[in-house]
Design a protein around this ligand. Structure first.
Ligand code: COA
Length: 160
């Protein structure tokens, strides 16, 4: 029985991410959603806020665990005894970055495999950056994110 880690910044989680987690869930005994602190990306939401939003948006998926991390992804997997990294591919443009990251992770930990799942076409154009931008200008993001994320974004931007 294999445990997989789906890593990302999730600032915030979108339906594109959730779609991928739903696809991965039946393939593994456990899917750990690894939320990277990603301080370099200067996230809009704190790590704890992102963890809470991921928890809300994935509460309907049974074999999911959520954990924050601020170390190397390969070290995080080894600590959690996971051997598979799941990443989503939305378009050809994702490939170069994913190719580089997968090879780097393989150099660091040859026993860990990266697996790529295709995001559903209807979510292929979503990104957290675009969702944040639309929300900051009071646009309607209801078709892209969970209700909890909508509320959190609304609060974030009305407080500014
Ligand atoms: N649907 C919709 N959007 C998706 C998506 C999907 N299925 N998959 C990715 N995205 C979007 C995200 O919303 C994000 O958008 P943004 O850049 O506009 O915010 C973008 O694609 C990529 O983000 P994400 O998937 O969260 O990955 P990331 O690049 O932020 O995360 C880590 C990369 C965290 C996995 C990587 O930095 C890491 O492993 N960090 C730990 C430190 C480490 O080990 N470094 C060495 C790595 S070789």
């Amino acid at each position: 029985m294999t445990t997989a880690v789906y890593p990302g910044t999730f600032d915030p989680i979108t339906h594109g991410h959730t779609d991928l987690i739903e696809r991965a869930s039946p393939l593994f005994s456990k899917v750990i959603i690894g939320i990277a602190e990603s301080a370099g990306k200067k996230p809009l939401f704190s790590l704890n806020e992102r963890i809470a939003l991921v928890r809300e948006a994935t509460s309907h998926i049974a074999n999911v665990e959520i954990a924050g991390f601020n170390n190397l992804l390969t070290d995080f997997l080894q600590k959690r005894q996971a051997r598979v990294i799941i990443r989503g591919l939305r378009a050809v443009s994702d490939f170069e970055y994913e190719f580089q990251m997968a090879n780097m992770n393989r150099a660091l930990a040859p026993d860990i495999e990266s697996l790529f799942l295709m995001t559903a076409e209807r979510y292929a154009y979503i990104s957290s950056t675009l969702v944040r931008e639309i929300a900051s200008m009071q646009g309607n993001i209801s078709q892209f994110v969970d209700v909890a994320v909508q509320d959190a974004l609304q609060k974030k931007f009305s407080a500014r």
